[in-house]
Design a protein around this ligand. Sequence first.
Ligand code: HEC
Ligand code: HEC
Length: 492
Amino acid sequence: MGMLGQPQRSDETRGRRGVGDNRSAGRAWLLAMLALCCGGLAAGASMPNNQPSVAGRQATDAERGLDYILNGDYIGSGIPRSLWDNIMRLRDAGPLAIERFGSSAGLPHDLNGFTSPEGVEVVAGANCLACHAQMFDGELVIGLGNSLNDWTTSNAGILKAFESLGRFQFAQGSPERIVFDRFLRGTKALEGHIQTPFRGVNPAFRLEEVAASWRNPADLEWMEAQGFEPVETFVASDTPPLWHVHKKQSLYYNGMGRGDFRRLVQQIMVVGIDDATHAAAINENMDDVVAYLESLRPPPYPGEIDPQLAELGMEVFETNCASCHGTYGASWRDDDPAWTYPNRLVPAEEVGTDPLYAEMLRQSELWKWYNDSWFAAGQGEDASYAQPKLAYVAPPLDGVWITAPYLHNGSVPTLAALLDSSRRPTYWSRSFRSDDYDLDQLGWQYRSQDAPDGAPKTYNTTVPGYGNGGHTYGDDLTEGQRAALLEYLKSL
Ligand code: HEC
Ligand code: HEC
C-alpha cells in the first residue's frame, strides 16, 4: 500500500476511507462524456460506510447522508442508464475505488446512478466526491479536496457524440429523451466557460455562476435568455476539505455562504434539475447530508511525530497563529482534545494573499441572483444567503498535513514553503500521482522551474488570480521555530 501503510489509528470517526490503487485509464474519456471532470478509477476493497444499512439496525443521519451523497438524485438529470450501459459494456472501466450498491452499482465513485422524477434510471456527474474525495497513496480519502483533477481540456466533442447516440436511441417526447435533454442543456451551457489555465484547481464557482445565469431565481426554471452575464474572466480555486464544516459558521473561502447550510451545499443541482419543486424534494435529504459533513474528521498523519519538538511548535503556534486559526489541544498526548476556533474573516489587504478570487465573487452577479432565489428569498428561518466580502476566512487547520497545495488558490505546494515565503516557487510542476507526497515538507513533491512552459501540469503564479504572495506570518520565525511548527502541524 506504499507510503501510508496502515493508518496508525483506524478510529472510525477520523476520516472515512476506502482502499485501492489509483488507475487513471479510461478516466478522461469517462468524464469527458459528461463535460465535467474528476478523480480516478481505482482498484480495491470496499468502504464500510458505503454498505446499505444492516437489517434491524437504524442507519444514523450521517450514514443516510453519505448514502445520499453516493446514490442520491441531487444532480437532477443525467444520461439514461440504458444508453450508458450500451456504451460502457464495450469498455473495461477497471476496478473501482469503492464498491457501489443499489442504483450506483458498478459506477466509479465520482458518478451517481439514480431515478429521475420522470422515472428514468440515469447516470450523472460530477457528484460531490468528484471534487471532495481524492486518492491518496492508493486510498480514497472522502472529504479531502481533489487536487488531482484536470479541468484544462474541453470535452465538447465527446459530449456531442454521446448526444447523437441518445437522439437516435430515444424518441422525441419519451421520458428518456426529456431527462437527457435536460442534462445536455445544463452541461452544454458550461461549454467553453469552465476551463482552468492549469491542472489541480477547480472551477466550481464558475460552474455555478454560468448554470445559475440561465435560471429564473424565483422558480429555478431554465430561461430562453441568459439572465445575467457571468464575469469576464474567472479564477479557479483549490478545493477545501469537508472535515472543517463542523467548526464553521459560514462556508467558502471568503465566508460568503451564510445561513442554512442545507441549501448552500445543494448548489450543484443548478446544472440538472427541473425547477424549484424539484429543488425542494432534493432539500428533504440535506439534513442528513449536513449531519454527515459534520461527522467528518481528517485522517491522522501516518508517520512518526516527535512529541518534544511538537510541544515546542505548539508554543510557537499559540503565540503566532492561534489568534486567527484557533487552538487544537495536543492530540498526540491523547489527554487534551479541547479546541477553539474563532471563525475569523481577515481582510484580503491584511492577509495579503491574492485578492482577485474574492474580488471576482463580489463582482459576479451570482450573489444577487442567489439572494433573490429559492435558496434565500421567502425561506424564513431555513434561508441561506450570500455575503461576499473582500476577505478570506482563516481556515481551521485540522488535517492540514494532507491538504496541499495551500492557500485559497492552491498556489503553494508545501507547508514548509508556506511558512517561509522566500521558498515559494513561481512556476512549479508535480507528477499528479497520488503517492508523490512529501511527508517531511508536508505537501506535493514538486519541481521548481525558471520559466513557465505552458504545460497543464505547471502551476504559474504570475497568472492574475493565482499569485502566491502574502500570509508571511512564518517569515520572521527562526529555522528552528519553523521546524518545530511543522512538527506540530503534523499532529492536527
Ligand atoms: C465541481 C466540483 C464540486 C462539486 C461537484 C461539489 N463541490 Fe463543494 N466545493 C467545491 C469547491 C471548489 C469549493 C470551494 C469554493 C469556495 O470556497 O469558494 C467547495 C466548497 C464546499 C463547501 C464549503 C467548505 C468550506 O470549508 O467552506 C462545502 C460544505 C461543500 N463544498 C459541499 C459539497 C457537497 C455536499 C457537494 C455535493 C452535493 C459538493 N460540495 C459538490 C467543489 C465542488
Ligand atoms: C491575521 C490572521 C492570521 C494569522 C496570524 C495567521 N494566519 Fe494562516 N491564514 C489566514 C488566512 C486569512 C488564511 C487564508 C488565506 C488564503 O487562502 O488566501 C490563512 C491560511 C493559512 C494556511 C493555508 C491553509 C490551506 O489549507 O490552504 C495555513 C497552513 C496557515 N494559514 C497557517 C498559519 C500559521 C502556521 C500561522 C502562524 C505562523 C498563521 N497561519 C498565521 C490568517 C492568518
